[in-house]
Design a protein around this ligand. Sequence first.
Ligand code: TRP
Length: 387
Amino acid sequence: MTNLYKLPLLLERMDEQFKVNPYDVRGTVDYDRLIAQFGVEKISSDLLKRIKKHTKNLHQMLRRRIFFAHRDLSWILDEYEKGNKFFLYTGRAPSGQMHIGHALPMLFTQWLQKVFDVDLWVQFPDEEKFLFKQELSYESTQRYLQDNIIDVIALGFNPKKTHILIDTQHAGLMYKEACKVAKKLTFSMVKSSFGFNEQTNVGSLFYTSMQAVPAFLPSVISKKEIPCLIPHAIDQDPHFRLTRDILPKLGHYKPASIQCSFLPPLQGTEGKMSSSTEETAILLIDTPELVKKKINKYAFSGGKDTLEEHRKLGGIPDIDVSFQYLKYLFEPDDKKLAKIEADYRSGKLLSGELKAYTIGKINAFLKEHQARREKAREDVEKFVYKE
Ligand code: TRP
């Protein structure tokens, strides 16, 4: 009882320990607190069961709660069960080479497309990072755009059901819809969602209007309202919270969404990966030697300093970056993952051994990805949306 009055103060302090918005992720994210802050819903075991009825198996990212929250996912399933299929919408803003953290929500989206056999719209807002990053020139975003499209295609989407939208190239189609959104979006709404101020450039103020468009464009094109499900990393939620406020005012459904947590950067479980700093990220174009170097040199280890200590006390998988990479992406087999976890915790498995195993897994994935990448170069035209 006596400590109860201290609670608000305590919560406030915890708030300062991390920050999550589309343009800034810092600190050790407390995902339960984020659920409360953002007002998303945790994915319950009942909801998982309901998904499983349709998909037979649950994707590892659902089983392991890497995709952990949602908005209106039950509604998407209601409609689906009535025979009203949804479409998927996700995106990638070119600002550099793609890394394995970017692949995470994309791979999950690819699975959703496959198991539900639905259309997918992928937005490449090639103006976004140009507007938000002081040092980035428009010309370099255009170079990354081409490269990023190839990476996304190589992740395995269905060419018949996947439509790429590029903001500056599909402007004729998108701009007028964006204006309809922009007219309902006030400075005060974007200011509080993204921490904007008087010095923020006006392009950034407008940007959410563009990110909202693919959530209803397929409905405009087909002249029929189609439910939309957006898989994305949790930092994008502020854009879609605003989108959900506005779309009903324009006569459209609110988009549903499903959120994942961040793949930890190499140095540890704080913040998120960034392609602009070599020591934090493994890129989809990295060579096997570079992956080996990055994991061995930079990947934070939850192991003990000496062999004797490690054998005696064991390691901590929860903070071990190599283990987390296996859990998030590279070890789909639950039994194998559980054994690795137990052996590491008991000290039977050494940090160097865990790293070697992870390097092998990452390199096997990248080898395949890079081969598909070469083929994807020829497929770009099949994916870019044509009016
Ligand atoms: N803003 C996202 C980024 O920074 C790109 C994006 C556009 C996106 N539309 C999306 C991401 C829909 C997820 C879902 O990369």
